[in-house]
Design a protein around this ligand. Structure first.
Ligand code: TXA
Ligand code: MG
Length: 319
């Protein structure tokens, strides 16, 4: 892979202008969203999109989410039905991705959809992502800005750790608020949860007035990226751990008397835990030095479902 110098750009004025110019020239720019950092490229440019797959080491059968500034432009790439309109109205801009039929002659690179007849569209809420989209004036294909299969990036330094020397720039917007990727809902046929994420399933079901089907068969993923092993640190993981064993680095949740180690949220706040998850996995990984990380149980409600989904995949056997 060709080495480039990765610039860190400020998240305003001249920095964003520069970032938009790099994207227009077919370059790769990582940028903050409210969920995690995305690795952006012009979604209409085959060469630029191909470079995303190369930089991440991502399998080419795994499609990319298209990031857009507003609902009108999203309707230009995807066909919205009533459920899609409802969800977009209630949760956009925000951490929700809708998988919808792609419009013929959308102008998107076929690499973005990996040859499927659907496309994932999302309107990020982060002011820097929105400012970049309006400076760029086009669709941005952006997977999470990490090496394929590894822990997602919620800070610019995480991006540089994995992708430094492989991408032209990262826009520094500090840490991401939500900390966990967007919820993905498939709306071709029955509304289906394809990935738990920043918007709790309970809220989506309340909005639609019906339950979401689950597409979570990991051996036959309906979202090709829903592979069982994902978000993996170098260390192995032990889940539902009530205490750390010898030679384990512990990640707690809630008040743990007498324990000063890493903690997702000392007050047991799931929103705080989501925001800290990937950062703590990275810290624990550095401390574990290839050994083992033990993670406390996290309640499986609201955004806790997305946290547990990420932890299960991080702990899954790797091949
Ligand atoms: O919060 C997020 O969604 C972040 C930020 C950067 O926006 N992006 C992100 O992208 O998490 P990525 O590529 O790491 O995960 C996208 C997931 C993958 O599992 C992919 O398979 C799935 O979305 N996906 C994308 N397009 C799809 C489609 N047409 N049908 C089914 N799954 C799709
Ligand atoms: Mg990802």
């Amino acid at each position: 892979m060709e080495q480039v110098r990765t610039q860190t750009l400020p998240s305003h004025g001249e920095g964003l202008h520069r970032a938009a110019q790099i994207l227009l020239d077919g370059g790769l720019v990582a940028f903050p969203t409210e969920t995690v950092y995305g690795l952006g490229a012009d979604a209409r440019d085959d060469r630029a999109v191909a470079r995303i797959f190369a930089a991440k080491g991502r399998p080419s059968f795994n499609p990319l989410i298209v990031h857009l500034p507003d609902v009108e432009s999203a309707r230009g790439y995807a066909k919205f039905n009533r459920d899609a309109e409802r969800l977009a109205e209630a949760f956009w801009p925000g951490p929700l991705t809708l998988v919808l039929p792609v419009r013929p002659r959308s102008g998107l690179s076929p690499l973005v959809t990996a040859g499927l007849d659907t496309v994932g569209v999302r309107l990020p809420a982060h002011p820097v992502a929105r400012a970049l989209l309006s400076a760029f004036r086009g669709p941005l294909a952006a997977p999470s800005a990490n090496r394929s299969g590894r822990v997602s990036a919620t800070r610019p330094e995480h991006v540089l750790e994995g992708l430094g020397g492989r991408i032209e720039a990262v826009v520094d917007g500090g840490p991401c608020d939500v900390g966990i990727e967007s919820t993905i809902v498939g709306l071709v046929g029955q509304p289906t949860l394809l990935r738990a994420g920043g918007i709790p399933v309970e809220a989506l079901e309340a909005c639609l007035g019906k339950p979401l089907a689950t597409g979570g068969d990991a051996s036959r993923p309906s979202a090709p990226g829903q592979l069982l092993s994902h978000y993996a640190p170098a260390a192995s993981l032990r889940l539902e751990a009530t205490e750390a064993g010898e030679n384990e680095v512990w990640i707690g949740f809630g008040r743990v008397p007498g324990h000063e180690g890493l903690n997702l949220s000392a007050t047991g706040d799931l929103t705080e835990a989501a925001a800290r998850l990937f950062h703590l996995l990275r810290l624990a990984d550095a401390r574990a030095k290839g050994g083992r990380i033990a993670v406390a149980p996290v309640p499986d409600r609201g955004i806790g479902r997305a946290i547990n989904d990420r932890l299960r995949r991080a702990a899954a056997p790797r091949d």
